[in-house]
Design a protein around this ligand. Structure first.
Ligand code: F6R
Length: 589
């Protein structure tokens, strides 16, 4: 949560920070702020609300070579200008932006009796702590190092000081990446690469407990020991256009339509790599799929895919509950974590708990260089490109493709898995026409006034029913719930009244007769049945055709629901890219 950017160089620092914040806004968007560094002071501007169309030209503040910015997802303190970042020291000379949570801020605040605090945030403690050490005579770098080593909790921090020709960044638990600019001694530092992708693709990822000083050169050191750390830059092959909306009204629909090729990209994994992970799985015992939210639904689908394709039992836990299962872990356990961002705090904590028991970890992750890619024993990259909409779509189907391929690899049928997924990819490409999308939009028009809807599926498509509900809830704010088809009659069917929309996810497998019977039961109570199925059926009031792709049915069945959720959001006047109360990259527990 929260997006951070800092810039040092000869270009227009205000503009770079404002543009960077716009591309980071998916991480939090309740307020934002910028600080520019001058010789004698730090100038600060903050505003409540989304940065939206605000342009650097509207900023009437003086700027030099250095600026920092922040877009906030509130944790401590309401959404107010005072609580927006950057936060400054008493003398107004030190400014800090922060992502994470400082757990011991109250104790630290109690120590700093002679400092004046103006916000309710945990962050504000940081510039004051640094100021305290500067008052004691330490230079800015040493003062910041000392201040940061007092913090408990998670943080990514960027700090600046009036008259100091540099930026200091540091991280523990929250992401921070350094961009090496083209110009001489030009640096970017941000929570995520898209913030500076227009300027450079040469990056250095900071590790936990590292601090970087960006001035004439970049110098990375350990926060606690001060020991220097050498790290070579990496080149990222993301295309800047992938992180732009282009002609699309929203990132969500752009990313949904990019699924024309995300499955075929995801399965471009080398046979050797896939087979090594498959061997780890086959050698493991009592293994777990672990993830949160949408990625959690992919992980749950993984248990069905492994059971069905590889005849292998794998457990599932949402990340935040995983620590409750640690009694079952042994050094034979393998943990497969699924994550778009690779930075989700609950998943990282689950990994810590697993590692403590000697468990090996495999990540299925979209963001290269993210914490999960660095902490897992192995990882498979989803290769969906930057996903900017808060609601995950293309990364989800990419993850599903990898998990499906892995199940085939474990069964010793890797080629068959590849062929199935290539075929699914080609068929997805073929159905995603303007007409297809318009048909689903017409459905959205019909049902947009409903405040509740239900989604059912069985087998491989039960996790997709849960995922479909998340998509509808988070972007359209319609109360949507997903169920296993068989569960409806055990309670939820009482909620069906005349016209209640019920989406039925159908696969052409052994679950088909039963899920269609469940649809008939709902229809008998007045439900409006929307069938997502390879073939039409008389029970459907509205049919959304999907290709018949065997075990890849979860991938093709979720896509039309993503499109429906998108249009429901737009028709109900919601911004699908930035749903209320949410943020991408959930880096708090
Ligand atoms: C919903 C959504 C979230 C994420 C969840 C985990 O559309 O995107 O439910 O799936 O927050 O995030 P990652 O995948 O980054 O670990």
């Amino acid at each position: 949560m929260c997006g951070i950017i800092g810039y040092r160089g000869d270009k227009d620092s205000k503009r770079i920070v404002i543009e960077g914040l716009k591309s980071l806004e998916y991480r939090g968007y309740d307020s934002w702020g910028i600080a520019t560094v001058l010789n004698d002071r730090v100038a600060v501007f903050k505003k409540v609300g989304k940065i939206g169309g605000f342009s650097a030209d509207q900023l009437k503040m003086e700027a030099g070579r250095i600026a920092i910015g922040h877009t906030r997802w509130a944790t401590h303190g309401n959404v107010t200008e005072a609580n927006a970042h950057p936060h400054v020291s008493c003398d107004g000379k030190i400014a800090v932006v922060h992502n994470g949570i400082i757990e011991n801020y109250q104790e630290l605040k109690a120590e700093l009796k002679d400092h004046k605090f103006v916000s309710q945030t945990d962050t504000e403690i940081i510039p004051h702590l640094i100021e305290g050490y500067v008052r004691e005579g330490y230079g800015f770098v040493e003062a910041t190092k000392r201040a940061l080593s007092r913090l408990e909790g998670r943080f990514a921090v960027v700090a600046v000081m009036a008259g100091y020709d540099g930026l200091i960044g540091a991280r523990r638990g929250s992401p921070l990446v350094l961009g090496l600019g083209g110009g001489e001694r030009e640096y970017f530092i941000a929570s995520d690469i898209p913030a500076f992708l227009n300027h450079t693709r040469n990056v250095v990822f900071l590790e936990d407990n590292e601090l970087v000083v960006l001035n004439k050169d970049y110098r990375i050191m350990n926060i606690k020991t001060g020991e220097d750390i050498k790290r070579e830059p990496q080149h990222i092959d993301w295309d800047a256009a992938q992180a732009e909306k282009g002609d699309y009204p929203h990132f969500m629909i752009k990313e949904v339509l990019e699924q024309r090729d995300t499955v075929s990209r995801a399965i471009k994994q080398s046979d050797g790599e896939i087979m090594e992970v498959a061997k780890m799985l086959n050698d493991s015992f009592g293994s777990f799929f672990v993830a949160c939210g949408t990625a959690g639904k992919v992980a749950l689908a993984g248990t069905y895919l492994f059971s069905r394709i590889a005849n292998k039992h794998v457990n599932f836990s949402v990340s935040s509950e995983f620590p409750n299962y640690t009694h079952f872990l042994t050094d034979k356990t393998l943990m497969i974590v699924v994550s778009q961002s690779g930075e989700t705090a609950d998943t990282l904590e689950a990994m810590d708990a697993a590692r403590a028991k000697g468990v090996k970890i495999v990540g299925v992750v979209n963001v290269m260089g993210s914490t999960i890619t660095r902490q897992a024993d192995r990882f498979l990259l989803v290769k969906a490109g930057p996903e900017k909409c808060v609601a995950s779509t293309k990364a989800t189907t990419g993850q599903l493709a990898i998990v499906t391929l892995l199940a085939y690899a474990c069964a010793g049928r890797l080629e068959e898995g590849r062929e199935l997924l290539e075929d699914a990819s080609a068929k997805i490409n073929a159905i995603l026409t303007e007409e297809y999308v318009a048909n689903i939009r017409a459905l959205a028009e019909k049902i947009k006034g409903w405040e509740s809807m239900y989604i059912i599926g069985r087998g491989l498509n039960y996790p997709m029913a849960l995922e479909a509900a998340i998509k509808v809830q988070e972007v359209s704010y319609i109360h949507a719930e997903g169920f296993a088809g068989g569960e409806l009659k055990h309670g939820p069917i009482a909620l069906i009244s005349n016209g209640t929309p019920c989406i039925v996810l159908v696969a052409n497998d052994e679950t088909k007769p039963d899920i269609l019977s469940n649809a008939v039961e709902v229809k008998a109570r007045g439900g409006f049945i929307i069938g997502v199925a390879p073939k039409n059926n008389e029970v459907f009031d509205f049919w959304i055709p999907v290709p018949d792709v065997g075990n890849a049915s979860p991938i093709v069945n979720i896509i039309p629901v993503q499109i429906l959720a998108y249009h429901l959001a737009v028709l109900r006047g919601c911004n699908p890219d930035m749903p209320r109360n949410l943020a991408k990259s959930v880096t708090v527990k």
